[in-house]
Design a protein around this ligand. Structure first.
Ligand code: FAD
Length: 631
């Protein structure tokens, strides 16, 4: 990575720790920002509770051959997310390749246990619905141990699949801190909040001053330049050539976008992902500024400076509170219990402080009070604050405590063979009713895309939800509708030989990449290329409501003929379900089929295994499940 090298910074983390007087480095491998967020939280807690001199470090900014020189009185944390099919996150690829390499060369040469002095702590972020659950932290833990390193505490595992990530993290870290305190001889002290970022008001500047950042994705854009390479640090502001609705119902939306990348150096191949950089909804920005007492200061120009040498301000400054909140902080995400604890100290009254402290420290109470409403930070402060303004919270606490607003990924739904400079996106708009709340929960990026589509088409009722969007900055000088994007290459690819048959299973928006695959094969067939059988299983609620691309599939059928087969299932069209027939070996096969069917029912309907067994039994009784088996 050139960034650190260019700035003349060292890529040797042991040197870096030495230079900046740190005894604890917290590495993160993060794709969507959660691991990075956890790393920052650990760094903060380590400092405030135990006086550790912590620094947070992006794995891609350092080399690892000097790992064997880390003195034994220092500690390294690894907060590792597993991405996709057991892959490292983009920023952890180099580290993982190094430590997992066949002949790892540490700087002092190889004995049996080159990392004998190296002490570490490990936490993984994974999703148990994937086969390779938390494989990244497991691999890193195994490899470090293999080279003689010593782990302190357990290697924690958080599970996004079960929705328990935050609680898994909180439950893991207490015993970990106890083990680390014992190992390093640390004394716990009364936690004191020390801001990481200092805010100064820039009296001489106004939001009109050219150097003031108002939401342009980075400094380059501030200077009026769209310069590549366009990547996860620098999006391309792409024109939206076309946008339209795919569903035929009023209460749900699925947006199709055609994003024009012809003015950039971006390229893609069929099956890649595109990242969309969203903007927070105006209503949520207003809510946040109101409850924190910043409404009157929203346009005030401020500079944000890191008060510690190893901290980085995650956006360009000078800027305004409005721009930071609108474009840079994930203000829509559910609030973490730990953050609630941190903010208790700044409550407007003693009574509210007591309530916040209880919410922060008592898991059951927190779930009882906030459970199904899924509060974001501003909604929680409103709810607990009873109309009081939370103006004692230092703004630094929000920059530290909230995740950076993250780009969202979408499977590209077009073929690069057919349209190399135009990327299709198929996005279902996230808007779900929540128990105990007047309004539905609305996803950040998809409602932003909906607003872009509505603006582009001059829809008569812009935003049915009354949300307002300041679309990519008030100084937007682009004609027409644009969206900031970058492309992420993936391994999800058609076979290189078009004659090979393919089977695709993609219900709902799961069909997105397959539209690209089929578009490609239809074009190949038109070009006279021999194309193999192309079978798509697609499901949705009703053929008259959310059967997306129905007429397009008919066009593909014309080009592909018998080679294209579309198998559909509409879950709300009929209560009549299929009949099951099982024939053959009774002892193993038939019993297994029964068990697996019950498991599928249990998972699919969210019922217990015994309830699912009962459902299968009822299917048998109704002759919906028939067997002709023998042993
Ligand atoms: P977010 O604001 O991120 O919310 C998403 C979810 O988080 C909600 O459903 C909700 O359950 C939960 N949540 C977050 N905050 C709260 C809160 N405060 N209260 C309640 N619930 C909350 N999507 C597609 O539609 N089409 C695709 O082709 C597609 N491809 C993808 C490919 C990849 C590789 C990946 C990783 C994801 C893909 N997705 C796709 C999903 C997509 O990236 C987004 O996650 C999705 O569109 C929702 O984004 P959002 O910003 O609208 O919602």
């Amino acid at each position: 990575n050139g960034n650190a090298a260019k700035a003349g910074k060292t890529r040797n983390f042991v040197e870096k720790m030495e230079e900046s007087g740190k005894n604890c480095i917290i590495f993160y491998g993060s794709q969507t920002g959660t691991a990075e967020d956890y790393a920052s939280r650990l760094a903060k807690e380590g400092k405030s509770r135990f006086g550790l001199e912590t620094m947070v470090a992006d794995l891609e900014e350092y080399d690892f051959d000097a790992m064997d020189t880390l003195p034994s009185d220092k500690i390294a944390f690894f907060v590792m997310a597993t991405y996709g099919e057991g892959e490292p996150t983009d920023n952890a690829v180099e580290f993982y390749e190094f430590i997992n390499g066949d002949d790892v060369a540490f700087s002092q040469g190889g004995e049996d246990a080159p990392l004998d002095n190296f002490h570490y702590v490990a936490f993984g972020l994974g999703n148990n619905t994937y086969e390779h659950y938390n494989s990244m932290v497991r691999d890193v833990d195994r490899l470090l141990t293999k080279y003689g390193a010593h782990r302190i505490g357990n290697a924690g595992e958080g599970d996004d699949g079960a929705g328990t990530m935050e609680e898994d993290f909180l439950a893991w870290k207490e015993p970990m801190w106890a083990a680390l305190a014992a190992h390093m001889g640390l004394e716990e002290r009364e936690a004191v909040y020390e801001p990481v970022f200092g805010i100064t008001v820039r009296e001489g500047l106004t939001p009109q001053s050219p150097e003031v950042y108002l939401g342009e994705p980075n400094k380059m854009h501030l200077e009026g330049a769209q310069k590549g390479p366009f990547n996860a640090h620098n999006p391309y502001i792409a024109p939206i050539a076309e946008s339209y609705e795919l569903f035929k119902v009023k209460d749900r939306n699925c947006i199709h976008l055609e994003i024009d990348i012809s003015g950039s150096t971006l390229s893609y191949t069929t099956g890649d992902h595109i990242a969309i950089w969203p903007t927070n909804a105006g209503d949520e920005v207003d809510r946040f500024l109101r409850v924190t007492g910043l409404t009157d200061k929203r346009e005030q120009v401020i500079s944000v400076k890191a008060l510690e040498p190893t901290a980085k301000v995650p956006f360009p400054t000078p800027t305004t509170y409005d721009a930071i909140v609108r474009y840079h902080l994930e203000i829509g995400a559910p609030v973490s219990r730990q953050f609630v604890s941190t903010l208790a100290a700044f409550a407007p009254t003693e009574e509210i402080k007591t309530e916040m402290t209880k919410l922060g420290s008592d898991k059951d109470y927190f779930h009882e009070k906030t459970g199904s409403q899924l509060f974001n930070i501003a909604r929680l402060l409103e709810h607990v604050g009873n109309g009081e303004t939370w103006d004692k919270i230092p703004f630094s606490a929000f920059i530290e405590g909230l995740t950076k607003l993250q780009p969202r990924y979408y499977s590209i739904s077009s073929s690069s063979h057919v349209q190399p400079k135009k990327i299709s996106v198929t996005a279902v708009v996230e808007s779900s009713m929540v128990v105990g709340r007047q309004d539905p929960f609305r996803g950040v990026a998809t409602n932003y895309l909906l607003a872009l589509k509505q603006k582009q088409n001059g829809d008569p009722e812009p935003s049915p939800f009354g949300l307002t969007y300041e679309l990519h900055g008030p100084r937007n000088k682009y004609d027409g509708i644009h969206v900031p994007v970058h492309v992420r290459h993936s391994n999800f690819k058609l076979p290189s030989d078009p004659a090979k048959p393919i089977i695709m299973i993609g219900p709902g928006t799961g069909v997105a990449p397959f539209r690209g695959f089929i578009q490609e094969r239809a074009q190949q067939a038109r070009e006279g290329i021999n194309v193999g059988r192309t079978i798509l299983f697609f499901g949705c609620r009703k053929s008259t409501e959310d059967f997306m691309y129905e007429s397009e599939f008919e066009e593909y059928k014309k080009a592909l003929g018998d080679k294209f087969e579309l198998v559909t299932a509409f879950s709300r069209e009929s209560s009549k379900k299929a009949f099951f027939y099982v024939c053959g070996d009774a002892a193993n096969m038939a019993r297994e089929v029964n068990t697996v069917l019950a498991q599928i029912i249990a998972e699919g309907r969210g019922v217990s295994e015994s309830k699912a067994e009962e459902i299968v039994k009822n299917m048998r009784a109704a002759n919906q499940y028939q067997e002709d088996v023998w042993s």
